[in-house]
Design a protein. Structure first.
Length: 90
């Protein structure tokens, strides 16, 4: 895996997350604590639903435990390769 591919996953996750949070994706940095930016449990459930519809196994507790795009990227990269994640999420 390359740094660029991990960044691509983070970027796609940022766009998805921003959509549910109703914020500009440019304001969500990879290391931003999303809960401190008002990401709630309802939004996390919606994001998990989005991931599951894309065929990506994710759990609310896993995302809530480490609520940064950087941590979510690392978690998802443990499930699928970066190119597969980006393809499924776009």
């Amino acid at each position: 895996m390359t740094v660029q591919s991990a960044e691509a996953v983070t970027q796609v996750l940022g766009k998805i997350t921003a959509r549910y949070m109703k914020v500009d994706p440019e304001t969500l940095l990879p290391q931003t604590n999303l809960v401190q930016r008002d990401l709630g449990s309802l939004e996390i459930m919606r994001i998990v639903g989005h991931l599951r519809k894309a065929g990506i196994r994710a759990e609310v507790m896993e995302l809530a435990a480490k609520p940064t795009l950087e941590d979510w990227t690392q978690h998802l990269l443990g499930i699928l390769p970066a190119d597969e994640l980006v393809t499924r999420l776009r």
